[in-house]
Design a protein around this ligand. Sequence first.
Ligand code: DHK
Length: 145
Amino acid sequence: MTKTVFLLNGPNLNLLGQRQPDIYGRETLADVEAACAALGRDLGLDVRAHQSNHEGALVDLIQQARRDAQGIVINPGAYSHTSVAILDALHAFEGPVIEVHISNIHRREAFRHHSFVSARAEAVIAGLGTEGYRAALRRLAQLLA
Ligand code: DHK
């Protein structure tokens, strides 16, 4: 049976492909979302993609996932390093959560080394580029099987 997965991206990830391409690559968010939807079809996952620059909107989406999704892939962007609200929302979600960072946050500034979200994640992927989203979906498919 097809499982629904939310693919959530936080602030500034709408600028993927234009913003610091040396760090985040040249693929756009639309490219990433299309590739994830296609992979999802192969894996039996209905991938529903959302992006917001707003913390509260991301909390609302995670709460919506309580009803509408069995798993979450999330790149919270800069909110990874600041948001207890997103962590709390994820704690209220019962399914598996995988955290993705396009860049290797541990090789960057010290303030990026800690992520609040990691305390709730089944897995944390950092530094695989946009392939990290696909890796997260493959793992979610295993966890939801
Ligand atoms: C994306 C961001 O926007 C940053 O704020 C994070 C993350 C890293 C990424 O690597 O995808 O620090």
